[in-house]
Design a protein around this ligand. Structure first.
Ligand code: SF4
Length: 713
């Protein structure tokens, strides 16, 4: 871009966000916000120069428009990645079409999901059979799928109401990288996965998700490898999840479910296409038995946990049983490969199945040797089990494969130079023969509401290899001192005391009764979730004389239902049907509810956090990360545990105030916040709310909130 074009572009972006600009004229509720304009201009500058920009934009800044407007106005091809399918769908169906219309730009937008989101016609024909399904519900849904398959334009299974992602039918009618027949598929021309990729390749803006991005970075099969070389702008929203998503995909994995799928596919193809040529029942029966014995040898527990695995064998597993299970799996793999190879000429799926077994054999061999020091290995236990080996973070991969940083000398050079190198050298990351190679440096934008607890955002930038990036922190425009109160109960017992959950419950009842529900209780452990959930359910089932307060507990109902029910608790009366007797809801939850749960308005006015959310020290990934810091001479407590708590607290606290008119109390039932140095630093990292330790102060604030709500009502 010439300097004239440069200043013209910056002027265009600035004017879009002004009080008389295109957004103010054409979108409802738009108000110019200093922070939003600041972020938009920083994004615009990075789009011109290339390089990487990390932006932490507090709640209410309006970060989506702040990156979308400059990206759309730049005229560049843009790849936009989100952590969740919900935001992916919202950007594709709401924000992008709205802005394209407002800005009057003739841009083509595409949505690209992972292959398991699309119907596979080949598998629908070969595996989508009634005899492969054991329950009546799935058999009925199969009929719906067949009807819908005749008319769908996209093959995106999200269109099909009534098909659950957990349904037994799903893996039978979708493809995986392993079972897709590729160019040998009879349905190749009509394939929905291929069609979605073609559309993405010809679009100006492509919306993907982090899972897809990293899956492709690791195995280059989702179509992204062709796409990225012709894209000059890459934006990651919800970037705080990048490291965790990336580490999941960048290692090795072998799951019991994957092996059982393989057995099922071999049996189905063998019986359908090569019946009588091999004893498929025996081969697959032995194969399945060896997989199930392998699962049993790992242990009989089914509750979700992670088994440490720092030596040759996972902890707690009998060495002899492990060895003999590996040998029997090895034999089952060899028998399956021999059988499949004898019929390989009969249909394209047989060589593909043989390759899948060979790959599983290779991965098993990898897991039969000791783990490397820069990787962490564990067994993920659930109903099934999964062997996992992952890097401790994504820093190296981001630097080498995304930013093009290849050696120590380059690590010290600026990222802008690196991007120039990458773009000048098409042999850099994401090699491609695509003729649309870009000529300007690539721009990488990373953004989220919470990216760290210091000014360098090191919680995010260090594990993501982005320490040399330009950093911008944009504060939330909310008036926290007047909108919110932080209450840390002074007299509550310590979190380690057995009475702690009971006291949290008693305080929660006091708040819930005064507010009439409107409370989210976030716990750090499943045990506290159960205790507090049961206690509140019992209490409110017996004490409803002042009105119905609905108690929702994570795990009792699907997450989406709980979220929707809580959000609409004030509009949609529950219980007796007497709306005058109905009050709001209480949601008791843990883990995934700490972030991304958006409840603007009066349905949520109190967030109660039971204790500081320290990462579990026995988790293999946490332990390996802490060990590495200690080995390098650092303090794992200060450099890993405290920043993790700070970010989780910010996310939990972020549930409270979602818009300018919201008010609320944040209660953290952990005296360590006041009695330790790190606790006081954690308080400073929270939004600047009024701070109170006396019960009377809390009660007055609750009363004020009730009064102002009643005045508005
Ligand atoms: S090419 Fe792969 S995904 Fe497409 S229809 Fe064939 S098997 Fe299914």
């Amino acid at each position: 871009m010439s300097s004239e074009n440069t200043s013209e572009f910056i002027g265009l972006v600035q004017s879009a966000f002004s009080s008389e600009g295109v957004l103010a004229r054409n979108t409802s509720h738009f108000q110019p916000r200093e922070g939003q304009t600041e972020m938009a201009l920083a994004v615009a500058k990075t789009l011109q120069t290339g390089g990487s920009l990390v932006v932490e934009a507090g709640t209410g800044v309006g970060k989506t428009f702040a990156y979308l407007v400059p990206a759309l106005l730049s005229g560049e091809r843009v790849l936009l990645s989100t952590a969740t399918k919900t935001l992916q769908d919202q950007l594709f169906s709401r924000d992008l079409p709205q802005l394209v219309k407002v800005l009057r730009l003739p841009l083509k937008i595409a949505l690209l999901k992972g292959r398991s989101s699309y119907l596979c016609q080949q598998r629908l024909q070969t595996h989508g059979r009634e005899h492969n399904l054991s329950d009546k519900g799935s058999i009925k849904t199969l009929g719906l799928v067949r009807e819908w398959a005749k008319t769908t334009q996209t093959g995106d299974l999200a269109e099909l109401v009534g098909l659950e992602e957990r349904s037994a039918l799903w893996p039978l009618i979708t493809s995986s990288r392993e079972n897709c027949l590729g160019s040998t598929c009879p349905e190749h021309k009509a394939c929905f996965v291929n069609a979605a990729r073609k559309q993405a390749l010809s679009a100006d803006i492509v919306v993907i998700n982090h899972h897809l991005f990293f899956a492709d970075l690791s195995v280059k099969e989702s179509g992204m490898a062709e796409l990225l070389p012709s894209v000059r702008v890459v934006i990651f929203d919800e970037a705080h999840q990048l490291n965790e998503t990336g580490t999941q995909f960048l290692g090795e994995q072998l799951s019991i479910a994957q092996l059982l799928d393989l057995v099922r596919d071999i049996l189905a193809s063998g019986l359908t296409t090569a019946a009588g040529l091999c004893d498929w029942q025996k081969i697959c029966g032995d194969f399945e038995k060896s997989v199930r014995d392998f699962r049993l040898c790992i242990g009989t527990q089914t509750s979700s946990s992670r088994l440490r695995w720092t030596e040759l064998i996972p902890e707690g597993v009998d060495g002899d049983e492990w060895q003999s299970s590996l040998e029997s799996l090895h034999t089952a793999f060899n028998n399956a490969i021999s059988a499949l190879d004898t019929v390989s000429e009969l249909a394209p799926e047989f060589p593909r199945l043989s390759e899948r077994v060979t790959q599983a054999k290779r991965t098993l061999k990898h897991f039969a040797s000791s783990p490397k020091q820069d990787q962490v290995r564990w067994v993920e236990i659930g109903q099934m089990a999964r062997l996992v080996e992952a890097p401790l973070d994504i820093a190296l991969v981001v630097q080498e494969k995304m930013l093009g940083l290849k050696n120590e000398q380059q690590k010290t050079s600026s990222l802008n130079e690196i991007n120039s190198d990458l773009n000048a050298d098409s042999n850099g990351s994401f090699d491609s023969t695509d003729s649309q190679q870009i000529s300007l440096p690539r721009s990488w934008i990373f953004t989220s509401a919470t990216l760290g607890n210091d000014e360098t955002l090191s919680w995010f930038t260090k594990p993501c290899g982005l320490e040399s990036s330009q950093i911008l922190q944009v504060q939330s425009p909310f008036d926290y001192p007047n909108q919110a109160l932080l209450y840390i109960p002074k007299d509550m017992v310590k979190p380690s005391d057995p009475k702690h959950s009971f006291e949290v419950c008693e305080l929660a009842k006091e708040i819930i009764n005064r507010l009439g529900g409107r409370t989210l209780v976030l716990t750090t452990t499943n045990r506290a979730l159960k205790f507090i959930g049961d206690e509140l359910e019992n209490y409110y089932s017996q004490n409803n004389e002042k009105g119905v307060i609905e108690v929702l507990v994570q795990g009792n109902l699907p997450k989406r239902f709980l979220m929707d029910r809580f959000r609409s608790s004030l509009d949609c009366p529950s219980g007796s049907g007497d709306s005058s007797a109905t009050k709001g809801a209480v949601l008791v939850a843990t883990a995934s509810f700490w972030e991304g749960f958006d409840v603007p308005g009066d349905a949520l006015q109190a967030v109660i956090i039971d204790k500081l959310p320290f990462p579990p020290p026995t988790d293999p990934l946490v332990e390996a990360r802490c060990n590495r810091i200690e080995r390098e001479g650092g303090s794992s407590f200060n450099e890993y545990s405290v920043p993790e708590v700070a970010v989780a607290l910010k996310q939990g606290a972020g549930r409270l105030i979602r818009r300018e008119s919201d008010t609320g109390v944040l209660v953290i039932c952990d005296s360590r916040l006041m009695s330790t140095g790190y606790g006081r630093r954690l308080i400073k990292g929270l939004p600047p709310m009024k701070h109170e330790e006396q019960m009377q102060g809390l009660l007055s604030f609750l009363e004020q909130m009730n009064e102002s709500r009643e005045q508005i009502d």
